[in-house]
Ligand binder design. Structure first.
Ligand SMILES: [Zn+2]
Length: 184
């Protein structure tokens, strides 16, 4: 499996060069090792019927400090994507709500939800294996969500509408005045 995976990585890099596209970073042994770990998490989770074929590891100081795989169907949690479960695991282990100095290796290019989760977690870098097109090819199309983002509220496939802003602002006003808040 690892050899196939490495071969795929190298083939893709070679193809990108041939196509004169922007070439991905040349694979390094460390990249391959950690990406393989993310893929192993994906396959284990899939084999155990925990969810879709997605895995992720969080690395700090050359060590894996968080691991996750997709658990949507087994936990009835639509937010239990591999990146989210890995971030939760890493943050729990670090006892922190930030992933400073960490690198995320995810087996597939993050969906918009995970992209947001990654930005909130603030790791140093993200490596992804498969891309959005690869995911679409096996029935996981996240691209429609990216297309929804710039649309005005009423044009979204799930309509958004602002209501009762005055009521909602109360929490914000209290936060502004709160003295012992932990900012993030
Ligand atoms: Zn996701």
């Amino acid at each position: 499996m690892c050899n196939n995976f490495n071969k795929k990585f190298i083939d893709e890099a070679a193809k990108a060069l041939e196509d004169n596209n922007l070439a991905p970073a040349p694979p390094t042994l460390e990249n391959e090792k950690f990406m393989s770990e993310a893929v192993i998490a994906a396959i284990k989770g899939m084999d155990a019927n925990e969810g879709g074929p997605f895995g992720c590891v969080v690395v700090k100081g050359g060590k894996i400090i968080g691991r996750g795989n997709n658990k949507v169907t087994s936990t009835n949690d639509p937010t239990a994507h591999a990146e989210v479960t890995a971030i939760r695991d890493a943050c729990k282990n670090l006892n922190s709500f930030q992933l400073d100095g960490c690198t995320i290796y995810t087996s597939c290019e993050p969906c918009p939800m995970c992209l947001g989760a990654i930005y909130w977690a603030r790791p140093d870098k993200v490596y992804y294996g498969c891309n959005q097109e690869d995911a679409t090819n096996i029935g996981f199309d996240d691209s429609f969500i990216y297309k929804e983002i710039p649309l005005p509220d009423e044009k979204r496939s799930i309509p958004f509408e602002q209501c009762a802003r005055d009521i909602a602002l109360e929490a914000f006003q209290k936060w502004e005045k709160k003295e012992n808040k932990i900012e993030y």
